[in-house]
Design a protein around this ligand. Structure first.
Ligand code: MEV
Length: 425
């Protein structure tokens, strides 16, 4: 049977499911039943989700958890996190509590400038191109006036436009580099609409527009979050712990293999809040990793200093986030997340998200330089293994108690489960 199909998007949801089931599954009924199990009984809510994308056939659940006790700039937050990895919310909660009695987190937004570019080809003389650009520059601003009207009322809009000569990198390549302030919105649609209007007005014979698109690399939309305390406040072996912790950060700064994993741990916290608040985690990921490589080598996004008996640990990361527009009002859980965060501005959300990343990195490094991560990780994963084995609630409770004081490994759990089944433990 052919697996190529035309007009799939025109099928009803049921027809799509039936086609998938009969084309790709030997047990089609089972596939249909799983897809349908995740439909929401609330028709309105289901329709909303159906319409977010094309060809929706089901919903894909990710757990939505909350990490309480975060003190950021003196204000207390319970942070919503949407994530499937078992230890992330637990780690965030532990670290939030730890720092809540050591002054909490401090965060500052350093800058909020977003970037977009019109990329074009031009074979002529640069001086002439520049003269033309200077000539039409105010016209280019005018071409965006209807699009920027509301944004300007909110204090945002286009900040600057400049012609950049990139022909040393690629023959005949130039760009109009545009900077934006988008206030509380992430601004992707706004920026792209402005760029397309600019490109339309700019084009003429000899100028070939290639594309107009925002950049997800926004090193000047930057936030810093920090914790600090005396070495004594870090616990019994505070000085020793701080020294090893700092070494771990230094290793991530000089060794890209470690840096990628180190930053992945940071993104565990960041993506979870970004997703829970209806923001674009792929944009955040791409921008964060580009920033981590800004010095020509991929490095740690966090930094650590020990000075005069004070341990200081901080992150600087570019984050393009919105608290209005996009999914933020449309997705009921994203809306609820923002309410839970006490309706933050985009700047406040940047601070919260940066803190979530810093906290996650603190948790990972603390575990790595002391007990190792597997102890905590496997304890959290125990539930998943028990679910995979089909353990009943009663069996789960008994085995969780059994492993309370024992190391958890997949084979160890299977063995204990089998023993229990044969009444040996
Ligand atoms: C696992 O998801 C994240 C860690 O590997 C991060 C790290 O190694 O720093 C624990």
């Amino acid at each position: 049977m052919t697996k190529i199909i035309s007009g799939f998007s025109k099928f009803t949801k049921q027809e799509k499911i039936n086609w998938i089931a009969s084309t790709f599954f030997t047990h089609g009924d089972e596939a249909i039943s799983i897809l349908q199990k995740y439909w929401n009984d609330d028709q309105g809510l289901q329709q909303l989700h159906d319409e977010f994308i094309e060809n929706t056939v089901s919903n894909f659940y990710v757990p939505y958890g909350v990490a309480p006790n975060f003190i950021i700039n003196g204000k207390t937050y319970a942070i919503p996190m949407a994530v499937e990895e078992s230890s992330v919310v637990a780690a965030a909660s532990l670290v939030a509590k730890f720092w809540s009695s050591r002054g909490g987190f401090n965060a500052t937004v350093i800058s909020t400038t977003k970037i977009g570019q019109v990329h074009f080809m031009y074979e002529g003389d640069f001086t002439e191109l520049n003269a033309y650009f200077q000539d039409v520059r105010s016209e280019l601003f005018r071409a965006t006036e209807t699009i920027t009207k509301n944004m300007r009322k909110r204090g945002g809009g286009i900040l600057n436009m400049e012609l950049r000569n990139k022909s040393d990198k690629l023959d005949n390549y130039y760009q109009i580099h545009v900077t934006f302030e988008t206030k509380d919105s992430m601004g992707a649609n706004f920026i792209n609409s402005c760029l397309e209007a600019i490109a339309h007005r700019f084009k003429k014979e000899g100028i070939e527009i290639v594309m107009s698109i925002l950049s997800n690399y926004i090193p000047e939309c930057l936030v810093r979050a920090e914790v600090s305390c005396t070495l004594d406040e870090l616990g019994d072996n505070g000085a020793e712990f701080a020294r090893k912790f700092q070494q771990a950060v230094q290793i991530a700064n000089v060794e890209p293999h470690r840096a990628v994993t180190h930053n992945k741990g940071i993104m565990n916290g960041i993506d979870a809040v970004v997703l829970a608040t209806g923001n674009d985690f792929r944009a955040i990921e791409a921008g964060a990793h580009a920033f981590a490589a800004k010095n020509g080598q991929y490095q740690s996004l966090t930094h650590c200093e020990i000075h005069n008996n004070v341990f200081k640990f901080w992150i600087e990361i570019p984050l393009a986030l919105g608290t209005v527009g996009g999914l933020t009002a449309l997705h009921p859980l994203a809306k609820l997340s923002l309410e839970l965060l006490q309706k933050p501005s985009a700047k406040e959300l940047m601070q919260i998200v940066a803190v979530a990343g810093l906290a996650q990195n603190f948790a990972a490094l603390r575990a790595l330089v002391t007990t190792g991560i597997q102890e905590g990780h496997m304890k959290m994963h125990l539930q998943n293994i028990l679910n995979q084995l089909g353990a009943s609630e009663n069996e789960k409770q008994q085995l969780i108690m059994y492993f309370n004081k024992r190391p958890v490994s997949h084979s160890g759990v299977v063995e204990a489960f089998e023993k229990m089944k044969s009444q040996k433990i």
